[in-house]
Ligand binder design. Structure first.
Ligand SMILES: Cc1cc2nc3c(=O)[nH]c(=O)nc-3n(C[C@H](O)[C@H](O)[C@H](O)COP(=O)(O)O)c2cc1C
Length: 307
């Protein structure tokens, strides 16, 4: 009996549900000598902006127990270099590509969506709404329901590509945001982005990160991310791309069982770039062992009353 691992996110079909998260796998080519790229369901690009960015000054990473705090500040080559120099490699190697977009204004997001929609080889857009909205006092789009609705409504009008809204966990009711993005026509949601954190150099009595705060990722956040995935799965019908601290096959299974259609591996790529391939193999093994033949049978299979 064949096992079907392929999944659908809007119009985008993935050969398997294991993707690599934005900012944790570069533009994929950098990883070709240490990972088997052919095993990955989709590569989500480093966060793209209209213009190249050099990011925040160092220190911009702090190791934490079971995770890391980062304040990279969206260092990237800019969307034009991505289209001209990075996308051709991904296309030639048949790597399904999701472009992660970031703007300081709605207009910037719109332009990014337009440019990437016309580029050959982009399978979907993932919108990082955890970016400060400079026209509204720097409050992140992803924590302000009105700004979240407006930015995604406007991006939706600019693209026919599968549109994935990447939700911030730094809100009180994430379901509210999931419903908003579903309501304006997003095809899927991804969650979670990093949790805002801070670390202090006690000798100097100053923040370790130049940016003062950073985003916490890695195994430390997994139970939080699993809980949010479960809550969002009950609030919306669109598929969920679940992530946050996935470090093993077992971790990945948790996300599917609470309702994710696909998953993304972030921080773990920094110490085990082969993890995606290991998880693909492990999912197949699990399905076989449990007499299931399609990954969709696992999605949302959580039993609340089972003894
Ligand atoms: C170093 C680093 C850079 C990141 N850059 C981005 C980014 O550019 N855009 C984005 O949407 N998320 C970015 N993220 C968030 C990840 O894609 C992911 O949502 C988060 O780290 C949770 O998953 P994890 O615990 O498996 O890392 C970044 C995370 C890390 C650790």
């Amino acid at each position: 009996m064949g096992i079907n691992l392929s999944v659908q996110l809007g119009k985008l079909k993935l050969k398997n549900p294991v993707t690599v998260a934005s900012g944790c796998f570069g533009y994929a080519q950098e990883m070709e000598s240490v990972a088997d790229l052919s095993q990955i369901g989709a590569v989500i690009s480093k966060g793209l902006t209209l213009e190249p960015r050099i990011g925040n000054p160092s220190p911009r990473i702090v190791e934490t127990p079971s995770g890391m705090l980062n304040a990279i500040g969206l260092q990237n080559d800019g969307v034009d270099v991505f289209i001209k120099k990075k996308l051709p490699y991904l296309k030639e190697n048949n790597i399904q590509t999701i472009a992660n977009i970031n703007g300081s204004t709605i207009e910037e997001y719109e332009q990014l969506a337009e440019r990437l929609s016309g580029a050959d080889g982009v399978g979907a857009l993932e919108v990082n709404i955890s970016c400060p909205n400079v026209k509204h006092g720097g409050i992140e789009f992803g924590v302000d329901p009105k700004a979240c609705e407006e930015v995604l409504t406007r991006i939706r009008k600019k693209t026919g590509l599968t549109l994935i809204a990447k939700l911030s966990p730094n809100v009180t009711h994430i379901q509210e945001f999931a419903k908003i993005v579903e309501g304006v026509g997003c095809d899927a949601v991804s969650l979670v982005n990093t949790y805002v954190g801070m670390a202090v150099d006690v000798n100097k009595r100053k923040p370790i990160l130049t940016n003062i705060t950073g985003g916490l990722s890695g195994p430390a956040i997994r139970p939080l991310a699993v809980r949010l995935t479960w809550q969002v799965a009950q609030a919306v019908k669109i598929p969920i791309l679940g992530m946050g601290g996935i470090n093993s096959v077992q971790d990945a299974l948790e996300f599917f069982i609470v309702g994710a259609t696909a998953i993304s591996i972030g921080t773990a790529n920094f110490y085990n770039p082969k993890l995606s391939a290991e998880i693909v193999a492990g999912l197949e093994e699990y399905l076989l062992k449990h007499n299931l033949n399609d990954i969709s049978q696992l999605t949302g299979s959580l039993e609340l009353n089972k003894k």
